[in-house]
Design a protein around this ligand. Structure first.
Ligand SMILES: NC(=O)c1ccc[n+]([C@@H]2O[C@H](COP(=O)([O-])OP(=O)(O)OC[C@H]3O[C@@H](n4cnc5c(N)ncnc54)[C@H](O)[C@@H]3O)[C@@H](O)[C@H]2O)c1
Length: 379
């Protein structure tokens, strides 16, 4: 087995999951740590364990590559750094697994595609639903035509977030630009719930390339004191004629949780995941003739399968890359369309929002958003 050296770029926040994977399973996978790039690595909960491995710490990718190299770079940094770091890593000889979203702007993702093609490196994006075995089994059936054409898809995700979520790390969450002028455009649909838009665009497209949104009606709102939005209702038409309806919010309050639910209507079957008012991880298609196909529990936890796929690709194994930039850019284009349609988020009417235990939220919003989802209606 070819040894693979891995550079971890960003080891706090979500990146801690990749650190854990490397520390717990690196040796058995024939993978070693080439270094860590994170100017705040000491704040990572695994800093001591990383330091005990004797790994080198660097503040920038430039500093790392000045005297080192890696087969694979795993980038889990704030969105505004993705394009520069991914391009720098492929230009310096590494394949890249970059966390979602690919980047803040379509132009940045196009630059990443250009750099990938120029260097011949792999550049994978970490939308984990694309790597999930149950979802991949469903995708294979969709591509084989068993479900017929996608007709109408919808999903709902309500994940309450406290004010501390927006203040974490560099304070980039909910912002349009950072202090250096780099685009971030972080919002509920570009970050935490991005998976569920991307999944519809990916599943409805051909192969692993996805499909674009042709047009949309969209409402973006905010209860929190942020520059972007924490609540969205989107009614979109895809370029292949299918409908896509999406509802998400971080402002539904301490009891306002609803884990992802979706219902994807195809010509021959309806695919369901999740459960309104509860939880379910079953991914099931019910066909028009009454047949039911259970694709298995879909668990989207993540880092392990993404890392496994990236390592296999580095080794030159004949595995497909289920989330290439060509798929991820569909989500970035949808985000750009939202900004074009709604340059500024609407603020929930004064008095509608309240603050409890460090969370700004809107009473009654969860029920209203569930109704939007059930009836495919705007807020
Ligand atoms: N796939 C998922 O389910 C999932 C979940 C959460 C976050 N994410 C993605 O992971 C990325 C990071 O998000 P987060 O919530 O962990 O952010 P965060 O701010 O909590 O953590 C970011 C990490 O990057 C480090 N960092 C900051 N600037 C850096 C730089 N210039 N170079 C290297 N490291 C730097 C920080 O010190 C921190 O360790 C985002 O793209 C986010 O969308 C993915």
């Amino acid at each position: 087995m070819k040894q693979v050296s891995v550079l971890l770029v960003g080891v706090g926040g979500y990146g801690a999951g990749y650190v854990r994977e490397m520390l717990d399973h690196g040796a058995e996978r024939g993978v070693s740590l080439a270094g860590v790039v994170d100017p705040f690595a000491a704040a990572s909960r695994y800093y001591d364990e990383l330091a005990a491995c004797g790994v080198g710490f660097f503040d920038t990718v430039e500093a790392f590559y000045a005297g080192n190299g890696a087969d694979l770079a795993v980038i889990s940094t704030p969105i505004q750094f993705h394009a520069h770091q991914a391009i720098y890593c492929v230009e310096h000889g590494s394949h890249v697994l970059c966390e979602k979203p690919a980047a803040a702007t379509v132009e940045d993702v196009e630059r990443m595609i250009e750099a990938r093609d120029r260097t011949g490196k792999t550049l994978a994006i970490g939308f984990q639903w694309c790597y999930d075995p149950a979802m991949l089994r469903l995708k294979a059936d969709v591509d084989a035509g068993l479900l017929g054409r996608p007709v109408s898809m919808k999903s709902l995700v309500l994940w309450p977030r406290a004010v501390s979520y927006y203040k974490r790390g560099l304070g980039w969450a909910g912002k349009k630009y950072d202090a250096a002028g780099a685009a971030i455009f972080d919002n509920v649909a570009s970050n935490a719930t991005a998976h569920y838009i991307e999944n519809m665009l990916w599943l409805a497209g051909e192969g692993y390339g996805g499909v674009d949104v042709a047009d949309m009606r969209v409402q973006t709102l905010r209860a929190n004191d942020i520059e972007m939005f924490d609540t969205i209702v989107m009614d979109a038409a895809l370029e292949n004629g299918a409908g896509m309806f999406f509802v998400a919010s971080h402002a539904t309050g301490p009891d306002g949780w609803q884990n992802p639910v979706f219902e994807y209507e195809f010509e021959n079957a309806t695919v369901r995941y999740g459960m309104l008012g509860g939880d379910s991880d079953a991914l099931v298609a019910t066909f028009r003739d009454g047949a039911v196909k259970d694709y298995g529990a879909s668990s989207t936890g993540g880092c392990d399968r993404k890392l496994e796929t990236a390592i296999a690709l580095v080794r030159g194994e004949a595995v497909p890359l289920p989330c290439p930039l060509e798929a991820a850019i569909r989500h970035t284009r949808a985000m750009a369309m939202i900004r074009a349609k709604r340059p500024e988020a609407e603020v929930f009417p004064s008095g509608a929002a309240r603050t409890d235990d460090g969370m700004v939220w809107v009473p009654g919003l969860k029920d209203r958003l569930v109704r939007c989802y059930e009836n495919r209606e705007m807020l």
